[in-house]
Design a binder for this molecule. Structure first.
Ligand SMILES: C[S@@+](CC[C@H](N)C(=O)[O-])C[C@H]1O[C@@H](n2cnc3c(N)ncnc32)[C@H](O)[C@@H]1O
Length: 355
């Protein structure tokens, strides 16, 4: 998934740097989990994984990728609705269910009514986040998943797996340049293709893993892990405005919305890491109160917390090493419509706590 600060392309690099410094153990907490890519990586390495994020969309991904450890069988659903594979003999139960969802009748609901051109035709500027057809598909699929959960045809873990499939799928059809802070005024060819649900990767694993939808600061006193990995926002841009529509599809809570973009209110999801002063204050709160062997802060050379301040503050709690490497990044401009390539320095601050 395209997500600001997504670490997908540098996971191996991060792992090799941390290994070089002896940062290892049995448990790993991905404290600002976003797409869950870092948590997934450490789950595959055999760690007991914990993760948290303030966004509900991230929580859905956490439940599906991290907490769940087995291939979903959808037994009750498949038996009750007598579903069968039309396409392939070897279709998994998840693929059978997604195939079914791809064919259910359209529904004109919250997404069609607020984020498609026909649904918003009375606005001065009709919204073009999704084509009419795909708005109807999203409402149909999202409503169906909720109905199945309410009538106990799917388990909680199957519910979140389907939500994760929908969250991952919509990014292939949204008429945006990566973030939802603006929509294109012309159709991107991807956005006019009919939406087809895509299966997510299931990561089988017998261990227990723990996931949270929370402000990480509220979890600090309950933490006791080997590696506490922090990947907070690094500039003033809050996450919710950039992903408001994904959050709304995940929660499907018909929020009050406003403005040209149909933004939901996000007062309770503002991050203190988007302000230099509160960021360093809260980083210190985490470093001083959480129990860990190693704290790793992923940051970069453009971050709002000054390097000197980070190092001098963290040094109060243990030995600090800073590792940097260059990374080519796509950078959106303010309204998210232009993209330029930019080299920045990724940074890993590694704090080994005093015994
Ligand atoms: C840089 S992104 C993390 C990217 C992630 N490592 C990945 O690979 O996808 C920062 C994340 O921190 C979350 N966030 C910001 N402030 C938070 C807080 N106080 N508590 C929990 N999550 C927070 C944002 O919602 C966002 O998902």
């Amino acid at each position: 998934m395209r997500y600001i600060g997504n670490k997908e392309n540098i996971l191996d690099k991060i792992f090799s740097i941390l290994s070089k410094h002896g940062v290892s153990g049995n448990s790993f907490f991905d404290f600002f989990s976003g797409t869950t890519n870092v948590a997934k990586f450490y789950k595959k390495k055999g760690y007991e994984v914990h993760c948290s994020d303030v966004m509900y969309m991230s929580y859905c991904l956490q439940k599906a990728y991290i907490e769940n450890g087995e291939e979903p069988q959808f037994k009750t659903l498949i038996q009750t609705l007598e579903m069968s594979a039309n396409g392939s003999l070897f279709a998994t139960p998840l693929e059978i269910v997604l195939e079914y969802l791809n064919e259910i009748p359209d529904v004109a609901g919250f997404i069609y009514n607020n984020y498609t051109p026909s649904g918003t035709k009375d606005l001065a500027q009709p919204r073009m986040y999704f084509s009419d057809e795909n708005g109807l598909r999203i409402d149909a699929i999202r409503t169906q998943i909720e109905d199945w959960k309410n009538s106990a045809l799917i388990t909680t873990s199957e519910y979140f797996i389907l939500l994760a499939c929908l969250i991952e799928t919509i990014s292939f059809y949204a008429n945006v340049a990566g973030v939802y802070a603006a929509f294109h005024k012309k159709w991107d060819p991807r956005a006019v293709k009919r939406l087809n649900m895509r299966p997510i990767e299931i990561i089988p694993n017998a261990k227990s893993h723990y996931v949270h939808c929370a402000n990480s600061l509220d979890l600090v006193n309950d933490i006791n892990v080997d590696i506490l990995y922090l990947d907070p926002p690094y500039n003033e841009r809050q996450y919710l405005p950039n992903y408001h529509l994904v959050e709304t599809i995940a929660a499907y809570d018909s929020p009050n919305i406003r403005g040209v973009t149909g933004m939901r209110d996000y007062g309770n999801k503002k991050s203190s890491f988007c302000n230099a002063k509160t960021a360093i204050r809260d980083l210190e709160y985490i470093a001083s109160n959480a129990k860990f062997k190693y704290l790793v802060l992923s940051y970069n050379s453009e971050g709002i917390m000054p390097q000197k301040q980070i190092i001098s503050m963290l040094s109060k709690y243990g030995n600090v090493v800073l590792e940097e490497f260059e990374y080519l990044r796509f950078k959106s401009n303010n309204n998210g419509l232009a993209k330029t390539k930019k080299h920045i320095n990724e940074q890993l601050y590694i704090l080994t706590k005093y015994e």
